[in-house]
Ligand binder design. Sequence first.
Ligand SMILES: [Zn+2]
Length: 315
Amino acid sequence: MYFFICSASYSGSTILDITLGGHDDIVSLGEFSFFNKAIALNQRCSCGTNVVECEQWKVLIEIIKQRYDSDLLAKPYDLIQWDTMAGHVIDANYQTPKYLLEKRFRSFLCDIKYSFKKNSLLDIPLPELLQSGVQNAINLYDLVLEQLDKKHIIDSSKNIHKAVSIYEQQPSKVKIIYLIRDGRGVVNSFLSKGRPRKKSFSAWKKYNLRALKLFKKRVPEDALHIVRYEDFVENTAACVKNICSFLDVEFHPEMLDISRGKRHLVNGNQTMYNRGKGLVADTKWLTELKPADEHYFYKKCGRLNQELGYMPRHL
Ligand SMILES: [Zn+2]
């Protein structure tokens, strides 16, 4: 099975990916859409070794070469799965202004396609690059499962269009976890990284509006499970049990110890290198978020935050 974690940035997708990857049948891939960039820039895998030297990926890159005649070391952007936009570590040779413009257009077409019901007039074909991306992703997932002798992968690339497209290609094999978090916590994380206020708010809002709209149109309830970040970090055992039941895998209490075992996530936040710290709930916004920012948030995003189940507090 292919499990996807879809969430806005700073909503806890990496830590959830790592936790579920503690199950013996599940492989954590991290933000796997960035696999090609990780090879191109030889970024550090979560195991601590650079991707092209990592014990897991090194072997898989060699098998990909034999199986698909794609030498990813020579041409890292062969077999791309989906459009990506890196925010921190950027491959400027790949992520050019032209690429970003084309990516935006493809994303626009996906928004049209998935805003309507399947087989309706505006259910336009996926752009060609993304059609082949769906197949590439499935081929890579299957190869990983076969080589590591596992049953399920988790891809926390977060891209809603990618998750929906792969769901529609293989509906019986896909389950999507939609991870939500109080927008004030997300915005506080953005602001603490020095991001501009307007951009911080709009990224969270745009992501969740798209998720609510597209999942409702194209993903049935039995393939979609909503998880609140706050439940995950505060009542982890109960929350992970529920997720396991949705994924139809057995819950093992050892999964809650995220420092156990090796993981080879190719992209994610710093948490993937610091598993030894365990699961730490980030509730800093409760004391750090300035009243002016919280008021601004409520003006711009209050309705959506309430729709997601988060109520305003009296300041
Ligand atoms: Zn590794």
